[in-house]
Design a protein around this ligand. Structure first.
Ligand code: ATP
Ligand code: MG
Length: 567
């Protein structure tokens, strides 16, 4: 009974089993680790490795509570190098499931298997096996219905497994990893020499091409890794990784230090993308504070905080961060032709020359400034490349150029959608993009929605999407397209977070509008600023961007008089 209770601490869900087993493989110095799961791991989890194996005599011991081969003295506990040290994972897992273990050490003649169900011995004996260990769990929580009830759907449980797997792949780049779900190969990664290459394997080319290296070589603490360029910083909470002494962890101190390091380079509400590796002396970090070893404690958290923050801000200050749409050079304007409607025929007319710095200028999205008559002209001034200041009807009006443009585009896209006329740009050569598994699954489940918005989009191989056409209003900025798809996926992961918008469709539109709108800092011409203000007039009764931020502040003559105490 007590073992079942203890198991609750270590084994929360199938993902916890995967974590414990892969960590055991890492401790066994395996170079190749294969994780196979069925039905989100609820039905079956199997982890195989080519590590040093378990001796026949030790097999019964590994299922015992507090049986570890990794720690001998109390002092060892202060210098934990291995992933495991408590000797409770196997005992906990085996008390709430059916486990069969098979292993062979180098010096053994043959393999040996050992099977346990609900903590009770079932069977054991010799069995042919290659060097290494394979451990399989079936029917997790079969004897603890109360816990089984709390498991989510196989889909959700698998996403948890993916996170654990990706964590461990990032922390151990020198090993081969494979993940198979219901017979489908999800990841197949060979060992690499640099973290950025592992990031490329896991998250695709788009993330890889937008990384900024970070580095700090303090006498005791080494910080390395990558952060995403500021334009990658949508709500990317699921692409934030912290590894401390090779252990993937969650850490509020480090994550807020990274965020602080970005300073005002990203919007207040945005979450940056990062992969941070910290190596500190073993006695500087307590790894023994969390039941599932998901957190660590630093002896001097303030030092870590300031080191991380400074490392990030210094690394960012070294980069040229002026906004340039990535991947542009590889997509020549000849790739893009315009089609109206979605019949799939080409109208041979180039949409735009995509060589300019901003993928979609304001003038591209507003129709009419060329026809602006003098009577429509207001006095305008663009302040700080962000605020449009105008004298309109005896009032001083100040607009946030990004928020206003975002709203203008949003209304436009919405109208096109309502009238069922979203036009597409067909790409002469279609493009495929690889995504992380969690993002891929969500995009895959929402293909219909994207098609409705003007995408021509299909699943293409493992974790890849092929895009044949994109909505015209997105411009030819492919980086923005993939970021948009990721951002959409990211938001759907936390469904309740659809700030200010009610449906998925609106959400997608608001992301597209945000990604296509002029940014703070983009230089608008006088005509463009005027054009935006003219569009504003059409937005009767709307004062906020699709996320609910105001885009306009109005100060009347009377307000000014009051402020200057003239009345
Ligand atoms: N894949 C493996 N290869 C070799 N030995 C293994 C493997 N998996 C488990 N073992 C052995 O089984 C023992 C028990 O594993 P278990 O995970 O329960 O404990 P641990 O790793 O020592 O500590 P923790 O509970 O903190 O993970 C390990 O100490 C190790 O000797
Ligand atoms: Mg272990």
């Amino acid at each position: 009974m007590y073992r079942k209770i203890a198991a609750g601490e270590v084994v929360e869900r199938p993902a916890s089993v995967v974590k414990e087993f892969v960590e055991n493989s890492i401790d066994a110095k395996a170079e190749r680790i294969v994780v196979e799961v069925d039905k989100g791991g609820i039905e079956r989890i199997k982890v195989s490795d080519n590590g040093f194996g378990i001796e026949k005599e030790d097999m019964p011991l590994v299922f015992e509570h507090h049986a570890t081969s990794k720690i001998e003295t109390e002092e060892d506990l202060l210098n934990i190098e291995s992933m495991g040290f408590r000797g409770e994972a196997l005992s906990s897992v085996s008390s709430v499931s059916k486990v069969s273990l098979i292993s062979k050490t180098k010096k053994a003649q043959t393999g040996y298997f050992y099977a346990v169900s609900g903590g009770d011995f079932l069977d054991s004996g010799t069995k042919a096996f290659q060097d290494g260990t394979s451990i399989e769990v079936r029917d997790l929580f079969f004897n603890v219905p109360a816990r089984k009830k709390f498991l989510k759907t196989p889909y959700t449980e698998f996403l948890h497994i993916t996170r654990v797997f990706v964590d461990l792949c990032l922390a151990n780049i020198n090993k081969d990893f494979k993940l198979i779900h219901n017979g489908r190969e999800v990841y197949n990664l060979s060992a690499v020499s640099d973290l950025s290459l592992r990031i490329k394997q896991l998250f695709g080319k788009n993330v890889y091409e937008n990384l900024i290296p970070v580095f700090c070589d303090h006498p005791h603490i080494k910080i390395s890794g990558f952060v995403g360029k500021p334009q990658m910083s949508y709500d990317s909470k699921s692409k934030q990784f912290i590894i401390v002494n090779n252990r993937p962890v969650k850490d509020r101190i480090i994550s807020s230090a990274v965020r602080e390091g970005f300073g005002s380079l990203i919007m207040h509400s945005a979450s940056p993308l990062y992969f941070i590796k910290i190596t500190a002396p073993l006695d500087f970090v307590d790894a023994n504070i969390h039941p599932r070893k998901e957190e660590v404690r630093f002896i001097n958290p303030n030092l870590i905080y300031s080191l991380v923050k400074n490392t990030i801000s210094q690394s960012l200050s070294k980069e040229d961060l002026s906004f340039r749409p990535e991947g542009m050079s590889s997509y020549k304007s000849s790739n893009v032709e315009n089609v109206s409607g979605r019949q799939g025929y080409y109208i041979h007319e180039k949409v735009r020359d995509v060589s300019f710095a901003n993928p979609l200028s304001v003038s591209d999205t507003l129709e009419f400034y060329s026809q602006l008559g003098t009577q429509d002209t207001f006095e305008v001034l663009v302040f700080n490349n962000l605020y449009i200041v105008a004298n309109i009807n005896d009032s001083l009006e100040i607009y946030d150029q990004h928020a206003l443009h975002e709203r203008v585009l949003y209304e436009k896209f919405k109208k096109a959608l309502l009238e069922k006329t979203p036009s597409s740009q067909v790409l002469l050569t279609s493009q495929s993009f690889e995504f992380a598994e969690d993002d891929f699954q969500i995009i895959n489940r929402n293909l219909k929605l994207f098609i409705k918005l003007g995408f021509e989009i299909e699943v293409w191989g493992t974790r890849a999407i092929e895009i044949k056409a994109i909505p015209s209003f997105l411009g030819a900025n492919f980086s923005a397209v993939t970021n948009m798809l990721c951002e959409f996926a990211e938001d759907l992961k936390e469904k309740n977070k659809f700030k200010g918008v009610s449906s998925m469709e609106e959400k997608a539109l608001s992301i597209m509008a945000c990604r296509s709108a002029v940014k703070a800092g983009d230089k608008l011409t006088h005509t463009e600023a005027l054009g935006l203000l003219k569009e504003n007039i059409k937005l009767k009764g709307i004062y906020t961007c699709p996320h609910g931020r105001p885009f306009k502040i109005k100060i009347t003559k009377e307000d000014l008089e009051k402020m200057f105490k003239r009345v």
